[in-house]
Design a protein around this ligand. Structure first.
Ligand SMILES: Cc1cc2nc3c(=O)[nH]c(=O)nc-3n(C[C@H](O)[C@H](O)[C@H](O)COP(=O)(O)OP(=O)(O)OC[C@H]3O[C@@H](n4cnc5c(N)ncnc54)[C@H](O)[C@@H]3O)c2cc1C
Length: 455
């Protein structure tokens, strides 16, 4: 191993600048709205951005995309695609292991479904081990929760002997920003990975679309943390695809002023689950089983669910006891539970999980959904494509059987597989090997060094 690279202050500043976080350091925070001061550069004309034009062309055979050169935005060691729970942990783990790490995310914040989808309850943090409730989520995921516990109004129900805390989404985004920046990860928000760059049979980068146009990012190892397996699918890895309930979460305000008993007796029992704020709850609506890879379907559900939520809250407000309630917000991200899952070197089954089966290549441990149940070791093979090299999967799209999907997609498990995928990707770079050839002993050593729990 090339040794753990020390992160200098300059690295941190550079990381923050890339993440757009330089401003607070320079004491230039978003100011209150007031007329521009003399000398401000607001509305100052700048040269029009020039970029080569390669429009698609309509031909008699259909619409054709002409061959075009792509500018390479950067070359890195590990490229993590997707900044949800899994991608966040993967990027921090890889960067802390001392390799150049870039993280790209289609939206403008980290957390994915956890923050943007407002799925605020972190399930699977604990399990019953030898008769005692024990924390199974450790390492980078637990460090994030511990940091939240130091902030006012950021987390509730967090502790060694308390399973499944609930977070505030904005606090979580901010602490994720901090941890990613401190680790020296280079971040690109507002960047959709729309394809892969292949070197023969092996992916070696992604094509990214955004306001800056289309460009390529090249990397030695990719981590697909898109949740939907966008990258391994584009690279040709074998995978499965499923329909699942697609919902939309919203938050209610003034819940502490509602008469719950009266509302319940009128048939309005679901006022949601607790958050760190006594007056606010988050409400999880399930939705129909549908195809999360069909944008027309996603659009239809978004509009339909938003209308249903609005009408539901209006109905609540008309009930005696519900007058003070209001719709605080609707999650900016639709609640996609599952779409693609990888066909990996190993498929973990629910039977193995229920039996707490141990594996020589364990890279983390899943906890019990409701906190009371056995721990289940997670083998490395669930992250590694059966045939494709150059890539690891992390989060809700890793390789499990149908019956274990509901447990593997919980936030704690996504943090665990993300952490492991990032550490493994770093070792691939340092040892110049493919993910399937990673030295498991060294990987487990690195994970333990980074605080992970391996059972
Ligand atoms: C309605 C609902 C309720 C749930 N309830 C709970 C619960 O109570 N407790 C619990 O623990 N879990 C719950 N879950 C599951 C859990 O929230 C998710 O499975 C988990 O957060 C997934 O994390 P992830 O990092 O794997 O994926 P995601 O959170 O989906 O993150 C993927 C990230 O990649 C980005 N991305 C995707 N494609 C691209 C691309 N092509 N280019 C660039 N960026 C891309 C996305 O914007 C996102 O930030 C629930 C899920 C849903 C939908």
């Amino acid at each position: 191993m090339a040794g753990v690279r020390r992160v200098s202050r300059r690295d941190v500043l550079r990381g923050m600048a890339v993440a757009g976080l330089g401003a607070p350091l320079a004491r230039w925070v978003v100011a209150e709205e007031r007329p521009a001061q003399a000398g401000a550069r607001e509305l100052e004309p700048v040269p029009v951005s020039s970029r080569p034009r390669y429009p698609a062309i309509r031909t008699s055979e259909g619409v054709v995309q002409p061959q075009r050169p792509l500018p390479v935005l950067e070359e890195t060691d590990v490229l993590v695609v997707g900044g949800g729970a899994a991608g966040f942990a993967a990027a921090v783990a890889a960067a802390r292991a001392g390799v150049r790490t870039t993280l790209i995310e289609r939206y403008g914040y980290f957390g994915g479904l956890w923050t943007g989808g407002m799925v605020l309850l972190v399930m699977g943090t604990h399990a019953v081990v030898q008769g005692k409730l024990q924390k199974t989520l450790r390492g980078i995921g637990d460090e994030l929760l511990a940091r939240l516990s130091k902030l006012d109004g950021a987390i509730v129900n967090y502790g060694e002997d308390r399973a499944n805390p609930t977070v505030d989404p904005e606090a979580t985004k901010i602490v994720m920003d901090e941890m990613v920046s401190e680790a020296g990860v280079r971040v690109l928000f507002h960047s959709w990975a729309t394809d892969v760059v292949m070197d023969g049979e092996r992916p070696c980068g992604v094509v990214v679309d955004g306001k800056s146009g289309r460009h390529a990012i090249l990397a030695k190892i990719l981590v697909d943390a898109t949740g939907d397996g966008d990258i391994f699918a584009a690279a040709g890895a074998e995978h499965e695809q499923r329909l699942h309930a697609i919902g939309l979460v919203h938050r209610l305000g003034n819940v502490d002023r509602a008469d719950r008993e009266r509302l319940k007796s009128a048939g309005f029992g679901n006022l949601g689950s607790i958050t760190p704020h006594p007056s606010v709850t988050w409400v999880n609506l399930r939705g129909p089983s549908s195809n999360a890879l069909d944008v027309r379907e996603l659009t239809r559900l978004e509009i339909q669910h938003r209308r249903a939520i609005w009408e539901r809250v209006q109905a609540l407000r008309k009930q005696p006891g519900g007058e003070a309630l209001f719709l605080l917000d609707i999650a900016p991200q639709l609640g996609v539970r599952i779409s693609r899952t990888l066909v990996g070197m190993k498929q973990l089954t629910r039977t193995e999980a229920r039996e707490s089966r141990t594996f020589p290549d364990t890279i983390g441990v899943g906890g019990a959904d409701a906190g009371r149940g056995p721990q289940w070791p997670i083998p490395y093979g669930v992250l590694v494509p059966k045939r494709l090299d150059g890539l690891l999967a992390a989060g809700r799209c890793v390789c499990v059987d149908e019956k274990l999907i509901e447990s593997m997609r919980l936030i704690a498990a996504c943090l665990v597989t993300g952490h492991a995928a990032g550490a493994a990707a770093a070792l691939c770079v340092q040892d110049r090997c493919e993910p399937r050839h990673v030295d498991i002993g060294r990987l487990q050593g690195l994970l333990r060094q980074q605080g992970a729990y391996l059972g």
